[in-house]
Design a protein around this ligand. Structure first.
Ligand SMILES: CC(C)(COP(=O)(O)OP(=O)(O)OC[C@H]1O[C@@H](n2cnc3c(N)ncnc32)[C@H](O)[C@@H]1OP(=O)(O)O)[C@@H](O)C(=O)NCCC(=O)NCCS
Length: 176
């Protein structure tokens, strides 16, 4: 199956498909305005990839370039990641994450942060992140869900709060 997966950069013309994908993958969350904000951002601010199967858009991942407050923008926030409900568990999520991490590494991004299920992201080398803080405090049950893998040998010189574009500064995006 994985041989049939095509991952490519998202295009403006993908937006209609994405506006159908997200309510399907996340029936209890409204991420549409976030997805639109991400797609209005330029290539210097975000990396957006889609998964295609049989000419159909079946998955999407976004990385927002960011950094510690006052430091260089050498980090990225992975979110959101969505695969169409009928197409899950066929390797599309894995292919999107792997392609994204490869592209970030090529751009010398040192750290990727994600707020997600450790049972899923652990398989990509993500571990609980303690030094870099999310923009809003997380509830106790989500502490292990804030994770990062190390893409480069060098650790960031210091920890601190992650500084993100305004469209991420909505407490509802960081709460259960
Ligand atoms: C999570 C998601 C992106 C994974 O994509 P996918 O294409 O289904 O996943 P893959 O095929 O790459 O990997 C499938 C494996 O991950 C596991 N998995 C999928 N979702 C998981 C989750 N939320 N928690 C733990 N494991 C999960 C599957 O059980 C499967 O395990 P296996 O390989 O041992 O059989 C997809 O299920 C999805 O869109 N879910 C709804 C939205 C969501 O929760 N997004 C993540 C936001 S952080």
């Amino acid at each position: 199956m994985e041989n049939e997966i095509e991952i490519r950069a998202a295009r403006t013309s993908d937006l209609d498909s994405l506006l159908q994908l997200y309510p399907d993958a996340f029936p209890e969350e409204d991420l549409l305005s976030l997805v639109e904000d991400l797609h209005r951002s330029g290539e210097d601010a975000v990396i957006l990839l889609v998964a295609i199967a049989g000419h159909r858009l079946v998955g999407h991942i976004a990385f927002t370039l960011c950094g510690i407050d006052g430091g260089p923008a050498n980090m990225a926030l992975l979110a959101p990641l969505a695969v169409a409900s009928a197409m899950q568990k066929q390797g599309f999520g894995k292919a999107l994450v792997a392609e994204g991490l490869g592209r970030l590494k090529a751009r010398s991004v040192a750290r990727v942060l994600v707020l997600g299920d450790p049972r899923y992201y652990g398989r990509f080398g993500f571990e609980t992140e303690k030094r870099i803080e999310p923009p809003y405090p997380l509830p106790a049950e989500w502490q292990d869900a804030w994770q990062s893998p190390i893409l480069e040998e060098t650790r960031p010189a210091r920890g601190g709060a992650l500084k993100l574009p305004a469209f991420w500064m909505r407490p509802a995006l960081w709460a259960p």
